[in-house]
Design a binder for this molecule. Structure first.
Ligand code: GTP
Ligand code: SPV
Ligand code: MN
Length: 591
């Protein structure tokens, strides 16, 4: 096909053209612009965004290809209270999701979208989640009136003609409609219709609310498709560990929002681990499916990172710093007079003056934060020096280990291995974590966040556990399942484990356990490292005693922990698989 001029459709797909026509008649934009994904198109749209003040061009000598964006201060994170699963029956959404009857929600949202794009452009954004030519990949089409969304989707997904080619004349695509409206929290809805493979998002212009490929399609709708089609859509990073001998082991890890996925996925091993290398496959989402050889295979459906900025520096995450050094969109950080960006925890001295994330003058003496705690960078995964070549492999990577981890100041040790699959599912299902700035609301409160999926599971959480248990039957060589906690604190309130690059030591133990190379010690929680198998060499001022402290299991704390799990178990009681109830009994008896 000869490419059409900019903005014109490169497809004859009848169902796609019909749906775009229908939505055009609803939203009544002045102009419809079909995105093809070319460099020229990127330049045209970026230029327009700069002219309209949506983006600010950063210092191109320091940050080539980088732009700056401030979102509306009322719109800086995902909003779980406005997120709905509009399945046919309320039971299908389950007790952990907001539900509304689909007909009613369609009526309300189509009402809000009626004429909402008058005087504006509707961008048609075709995007592919997953590598080209992968049987695991899925196509979405997002219609949006936000140029910022288009430019982010361009980084986060394989966007444009590549998606239309993958789709061909098929009707099998996700229909996503996004209208900013007046960015009013009172009229903010992120609504999912799993039975129609449809998403409608209105009233926001930020992050997971509007980059519909990410949490909406890849997780909420994706988890529903996975249950139907026999695979798993998970809030997990994927990384490869290469040993000095060249052995590559892939693991996936679920940590809740802002609990360390990007950092772990880009880990650089400490000096002592000469010859070891970590490869990033993905930093947020994994789609996993049993392969013909009996192993579980994972792809990263995304093509970029929408990463937390504060705390990122040359020491904590050099690969992320490199990734965001060019062709990156910065959202809600601080802006310095020379067109550079600043945030809490960046290397070097703070600037003498800057504009904060709201655009107000800021100095180091200011009480307010310069960057919003949930400020983000959007960077192409190709900028990451540690990007795994397998990130483009249509068949994905074989997963040897699955890791669950929350942000827990107490009780949960640094690392342990669960006894077997069902026990691992129980540990994932009962995971607790402190809330973070990635979602609107109180920060620092422990809540149950099963498998880091509480805000992202598109169906009944009880059925989701059942699906995990059933998956075992289709995986001949199931991954081993582990629990980690980088965030345990001592009585003085300090972290008991240095984290970041040092997490390599935990990973090394996990890899050795996956290959059955080393023994371990049995405890009521699971298998823990023996001192001789856990490498602390080269850690200045970190003693075996300190390691024992961070690994310690306090029976009284754990008896309380089991009771905290009730909050979720009682909520889900009618849907809870009995295996999990039995696991709880077994844990109590071991304690
Ligand atoms: P989302 O993009 O919201 O899904 O977050 P994420 O899970 O990718 O979290 P990310 O890696 O961006 O880390 C979030 C915060 O946790 C940052 O402020 C990090 O500095 C901090 N963090 C990450 N890893 C560690 C660690 O090993 N130890 C400690 N103490 N903090 C960490
Ligand atoms: C998360 O909250 O888990 C994120 C950021 O990864 S967002 O894209 O806003 O969902
Ligand atoms: Mn996330």
């Amino acid at each position: 096909m000869t490419p059409s001029p900019p903005g014109q459709p490169n497809t004859h797909n009848p169902s796609l053209l019909a749906w775009v026509g229908e939505m055009t008649r609803l939203c009544k934009p002045d102009r419809v612009f079909w995105c093809c994904g070319s460099e020229m198109e990127k330049n045209i749209l970026t230029q327009e965004a700069v002219e309209r003040g949506i983006l600010i061009k950063l210092n191109q000598e320091k940050l080539p290809g980088c732009y700056y964006h401030r979102s509306n201060p009322n719109d800086v994170a995902r909003v779980e209270a406005c997120t709905y699963i509009c399945s046919t029956s309320e039971e299908d959404a389950g007790p952990t999701n907001n539900w509304a009857a689909p007909a009613e929600m369609y009526r309300k949202l189509y009402g809000l979208c009626d004429g909402a794009m008058k005087g504006r452009t509707m961008y048609v954004v075709p995007y592919l989640m997953g590598p080209a030519n992968s049987p695991m990949s899925k196509v979405g089409i997002e219609l949006t009136d936000s140029i910022y969304v288009v430019l982010n989707m361009r980084i986060m997904t394989r966007m444009g003609n590549v998606a239309l080619e993958h789709l061909g004349d098929s009707n099998d695509f996700n229909r996503g409609l996004h209208c900013m409206l007046d960015v009013n929290p009172e009229r903010r809805y992120i609504a999912h219709f799993p039975q129609d493979n449809t998403i409608i998002s209105v009233g926001s212009a930020y992050g997971g609310n509007v980059l519909l490929g990410k949490k909406c399609l890849a997780l909420r709708i994706g988890s529903c498709l996975g249950e139907k089609e026999g695979w798993l859509a998970e809030h997990m990073l994927i990384l490869g560990v290469e040993s000095p001998a060249g052995e590559k082991t892939f693991v996936a890890a679920a940590f809740p929002s802002s609990c360390g996925k990007t950092n772990f996925a880009m880990l650089i091993p400490p000096e002592h681990f000469k010859g070891w290398k970590i490869w990033t496959v993905g930093d947020d989402i994994a789609w996993m499916r049993p392969g013909a050889d009996g192993r579980l295979y994972a792809i990263n459906p995304e093509a970029g990172y929408f990463g937390v900025v504060p705390g990122t520096n040359r020491k904590s995450n050099p690969n992320a710093m490199e990734a965001m050094s060019r062709d990156t969109i910065y959202t809600n950080v601080a802006l310095t007079p020379d067109g550079d960006v600043w945030w809490e925890g960046k290397d070097g001295e703070p600037p003498k003056e800057a504009l904060d994330w709201k655009g107000n003058p800021w100095t180091p003496a200011s009480k307010e934060k310069a960057a919003h705690p949930n400020s983000r960078f959007t960077a192409p995964m190709r900028n990451n020096p540690a990007l795994a070549p397998e990130a483009d492999d249509p068949s994905g990577v074989p997963i040897s280990g699955i890791i669950f981890g929350g942000r827990r100041a107490s009780a949960v040790p640094l690392v342990y291995q669960t006894f077997y699959w069902i026990h691992g599912v129980y540990i994932g299902a009962t995971m607790g974590s402190e809330t973070t700035a990635a979602a609107a609301g109180t920060v620092g409160q422990v809540r149950r966040d099963p498998m880091a999926m509480l805000p992202f599971c598109g169906y009944n959480m009880g059925d989701y556990f059942t699906h995990w248990l059933k998956m075992r039957k289709h995986i001949k060589y199931p991954p081993k399942i582990f629990s980690v906690n980088w965030f345990r604190k001592n009585e003085q309130g300090n972290f008991m484990w240095p984290g970041f690059g040092e997490n390599m030591r935990v990973l090394k133990w996990i890899v050795d356990r996956c290959h059955g190379r080393i023994g371990a010690q049995e405890t009521p929680l699971g298998w823990v490292p023996r001192a001789e198998n856990f490498d602390l060499t080269g850690m200045k001022n970190y003693t075996h005693d300190m390691f024992e402290q961070v690994q310690s299991i306090d029976m009284n704390e754990w008896k309380k922990e089991v009771i905290l799990q009730d909050e979720l178990f009682i909520k889900l009681y009618p849907y809870l698989p009995k295996e999990l109830i039995f696991q709880r009994e077994l844990l109590i008896s071991r304690l």
